[in-house]
Design a protein around this ligand. Structure first.
Ligand SMILES: C[S@@+](CC[C@H](N)C(=O)[O-])C[C@H]1O[C@@H](n2cnc3c(N)ncnc32)[C@H](O)[C@@H]1O
Length: 252
């Protein structure tokens, strides 16, 4: 009985997560790149978020952000999608005070952990959001406004029937490219070979249409760059004996 109750609750949750309505009220399904994990904010994280959201957090809005106003300067803005617990993002922000960072993550405890670490390290050039990054990209980021986009170890959705959930798709690359300034970068990394191949296929096939260029001297992947700190998922992949593939493209 208990199990049946859970199954029904799971189904309901799944429906809510994937439901979206058109303007005329018709129901349409939405394929998302994530399933919301349960996970509680610790009391400490909740306190940190409540006390610091006005300084470090940004909320969804249906017009583009004014980055100069948000960061108080006009340094390039690097957007990171799906930062997990945010450790590597905070380290990058600390190492690159000449850039601004915007991190987006749907998993609330991850956002809390990231904020706590940012405060501990005293970084000022970072803002975080708790929202679906594809919607933020679509609605809150102006064209030609980003210095870079990084996506490290996105959920690989290993089964073929789930590949449609992978965030890297032609439409995604088109949206990202539109938001990049000339000279801005796209940096993807994954420890799942089949996803690395899909990323490369999508990026290569969109190259001339969206005006991006692969910097790899071998025409595919680059060596893991020193400036990318080891992420939590990458470390987990290492323990499992996975390889790592980095892809780096520049907008012309
Ligand atoms: C496999 S984890 C990797 C986390 C981190 N980058 C790392 O390497 O440790 C992928 C993360 O992306 C987040 N995510 C997936 N789709 C997202 C979306 N559309 N918007 C924001 N976050 C997303 C998930 O919640 C998850 O925390």
């Amino acid at each position: 009985m208990e199990q049946q109750k859970n199954t029904l609750a799971d189904q309901k949750r799944k429906t809510v997560e994937t439901a979206e309505f058109t303007e005329d009220g018709r129901y349409k399904r939405k394929v998302r790149s994530f399933v919301l994990r349960t996970g509680r904010l610790s009391e400490y994280q909740r306190q940190i978020m409540n006390d610091n959201w006005t300084s470090y957090g940004l909320d969804y809005q249906n017009e583009p952000f004014d980055f100069t106003k948000i960061y108080g300067n006009s340094q390039p803005v690097v957007l990171e999608i799906g930062f997990g617990m945010g450790k590597s993002l905070v380290e990058m922000a600390a190492q690159n005070p000449d850039k601004n960072y915007l991190g987006i993550e749907v998993h609330t405890p991850g956002v809390g952990a990231c904020l706590a670490y940012a405060l501990e390290k005293g970084v000022k050039n970072l803002r975080v959001m708790c929202h679906d990054a594809t919607e933020i990209l679509r609605d809150c980021i102006a064209e030609n406004s980003l210095g870079g986009l990084q996506l490290f170890f996105p959920d690989p959705w290993q089964k073929a029937k789930h590949h449609k959930r992978r965030i890297v798709q032609p439409q995604f690359v088109e949206n990202v490219s539109q938001k990049l300034q000339s000279g801005g970068f796209i940096h993807f990394a994954t420890d799942w070979q089949n996803y690395a191949e899909q990323m490369l296929d999508v990026l290569q096939s969109m190259q001339s249409a969206v005006g991006i260029r692969n910097v790899s001297s071998t025409g595919d992947y680059i060596e893991r760059p020193d400036f990318r700190p080891l992420t939590k998922f990458e470390q987990r992949g290492h323990k499992l004996g996975h390889g790592v593939w980095d892809l780096y493209f520049i907008k012309e």
